[in-house]
Ligand binder design. Structure first.
Ligand code: MN
Length: 228
């Protein structure tokens, strides 16, 4: 223990039915990975050019903790996404080997200060203040691929205050999980502990203080919580 500063806590996620926790290294996110969401944002999908951005590891909100409404926005949006956790890293990972790097799967919310994102897009500025803020990544417990396998056709759904906001099958992803890992590994050295938010379908909308959200990945993963 240093006397000069306090050591920051290591961000981690619970693992279903295990006492060990999954240490979070980086959080990668892919944008425009469902055509219906790209359309609602006035964008098109480009198979040649995946859109990536990151959130800090300590943006995760876990273990059912409440999510504080962030500062500097009046238009906080939910984006429900399947979350992939890596057990092994590497560079230039081939599509056909990519799933062997996966530890497990969960469901999360890529919370977005949409007003700041719109301003950044308009000005040609970076998205960090819109995407990479404190508490911007609520994530469920992780479910190991060794137990559940690699889901390819599963319903991804978000219910807010009892009403369905977003619903898709993950087979509608533009870049599937293996292709996303492959593309990321051309740009970054992936590591055990990395999380990948795999994109959101149509239906993104505002969250407010007092809202209750319930995100599910089939009967595999559940994230339930409240906005405070
Ligand atoms: Mn997203």
């Amino acid at each position: 223990m240093s006397h000069l500063f306090e050591l920051p806590a290591t961000a981690s996620l619970p693992i279903a039915d295990r006492s060990e926790r999954f240490p979070v290294h980086r959080i990668y996110c892919i944008g425009r990975n469902y055509a219906d969401h790209a359309r609602e944002m006035g964008m098109t999908v480009d198979r040649a050019q995946p859109v990536f951005f990151l959130k800090p590891a300590d943006a995760v909100v876990t273990d059912g903790a409440d999510v504080p409404y962030p500062p500097a926005t009046t238009d906080l949006h939910h984006e429900v996404e399947m979350v992939v956790a890596l057990a092994r890293g590497g560079r230039d990972i081939a599509v056909e080997h990519a799933l062997a790097h996966v530890f497990g799967y969960g469901v999360g919310l890529d919370l977005t200060r949409r007003d700041l994102q719109a301003a950044a897009k308009k000005a040609g500025m970076p998205w960090d203040s819109a995407k990479a803020f404190d508490h911007s990544a609520p994530v469920s417990a992780l479910h190991p691929a060794a137990i559940i396998g690699h889901p390819a056709h599963v319903e991804l759904k978000l219910v807010v205050n009892g009403a369905v906001r977003q619903r898709t099958d993950i087979d509608a992803m533009v870049f599937n999980v293996a292709e996303t890992i492959h593309e990321l590994s051309k740009l970054w050295t992936l590591s055990p502990g990395d999380l990948i938010f795999t994109g959101t379908p149509a239906g993104v909308a505002a969250l407010h203080r007092g809202d209750h959200f319930r995100a599910t990945l089939g009967d595999i993963a559940l994230l339930e919580g409240g906005m405070i």
